[in-house]
Design a protein around this ligand. Structure first.
Ligand code: 13P
Ligand code: SF4
Length: 340
């Protein structure tokens, strides 16, 4: 096995530079958060891309599917959602009577931006036989226009279960949609949206990593481009990536998704080595020279902001009862099919 400490791959920084929070600061903040959590009867849900210190204080860390399932089943009065805005909205849709807060209201998503509800509604009118399957990375208004929601963890299952006599419209991620078409053989019309972070992974860089680490398994998120997915040993959601790395006998893995996931992988797979797939050189800046892929939206959240949102009970998700009512059904359909 190639020694990671000695390995050099031209154009690839194998050692990310993100510094952990100082221990004393972490201890003080996590203590404050613990007290607030008890006072509020709150649950803290965090996505796999969150910074390590948020993952370490969360009650549950997972992918979009796991987080929706947790939100659907929680008995807490307050849901603290450390992820991006559409995830917190999903939790609110499933819990209209609970308070749902998030650390930073500007934590958006490029996929959500790519699909405004008015444009989707206009496109749906072009074919009355459309059955709209919508990736969870979208606004509540877009969910309300959908027949069913999916995540990267269940998209294949959801598409396989879709009515055979309908024309399938898949929104908003054209890369996930293309991958699902390959897996299921079902033809779909794809909305032209993408994740700005995942489309930056480059085939050339990945080929260089494969050469340097011939024994490493390559795990790729389906939001990545086709030419990158082609090089994968496994294409899956972030949660399934962790399961794959845990159960695989391999000792090294090249991870092609947002670098926040490495924290859980290192914690849950002791003795295994994880190599962050690099993004294009052009994305490096003098203040952030790291080659790893980071979602600028996910990384708006900090442990301080988690504490602050619990103290202020804001930013808070507010949605109209009408949108909640219409958006809930397609989410519940997804949860029901996922549980089968
Ligand atoms: P999953 O964690 O559901 O695989 O999704 C990745 C993602 O990009 C979330 O925004
Ligand atoms: Fe959206 Fe991509 Fe960020 Fe996920 S990683 S929240 S899909 S921009």
């Amino acid at each position: 096995m190639t020694n990671l400490a000695e390995a050099q791959v031209p154009g690839v920084d194998l050692f990310p530079v993100r510094k952990p929070m100082p221990r004393a600061q972490f201890d003080a903040l996590s203590q404050e958060i613990l007290v607030l959590k008890k006072q509020l009867n709150a649950v803290i849900l965090a996505h796999n891309y969150q910074v390590p210190e948020i993952q370490d204080i969360a009650d549950y860390v997972g992918d979009s599917l796991g987080l929706s399932q947790q939100a659907a089943g929680t008995k807490a009065d307050v849901i603290v959602f450390s992820g991006v805005h559409f995830m917190a909205e999903t939790a609110k849709i499933l819990n209209p009577n609970k308070i749902v807060i998030l650390p930073d209201k500007d934590a958006g998503c490029s996929l959500e931006e790519s699909c405004p509800a008015d444009k989707l509604a206009a496109f749906q009118k072009t074919n009355p036989n459309f059955y709209t399957i919508t990736y969870i990375n979208c606004s509540a208004e877009v969910k309300a226009l959908s027949n069913i929601i999916c995540t990267s963890g269940n998209a294949v299952k959801i598409v396989e279960a879709a009515p055979k006599d309908k024309d399938l419209l898949f929104v908003p991620d054209e890369n996930l949609g293309a991958w699902v078409m390959e897996q299921t053989g079902r033809k779909m019309t794809l909305w032209k949206g993408n994740c700005y972070a995942h489309i930056e992974f480059q085939r050339d860089n990945l080929l260089r990593l494969r050469q340097a680490f011939p024994e490493a398994k390559v795990v790729v998120h389906p939001e990545s481009l086709h030419e990158v997915r082609e090089l994968a040993d496994a294409v899956c959601s972030t949660e399934k990536m962790i399961t794959y790395c845990k159960s695989s006998p391999a000792r090294q893995f090249v991870v092609v998704t947002e670098s926040g996931i490495i924290h859980r992988m290192q914690k849950e797979c002791p003795g295994k080595q994880f190599i962050c797939a690099p993004v294009a050189d052009a994305l490096r800046t003098p203040t952030d020279p790291c080659h790893c892929s980071e979602c600028k939206f996910m990384k708006l959240n900090t442990l301080e902001k988690v504490r602050d949102c619990m103290e202020n009970l804001a930013p808070r998700i507010a949605l109209s009862p009408e949108i909640i009512h219409r958006a809930r059904l397609p989410i519940e359909r997804m949860l029901e099919i996922s549980a089968r």
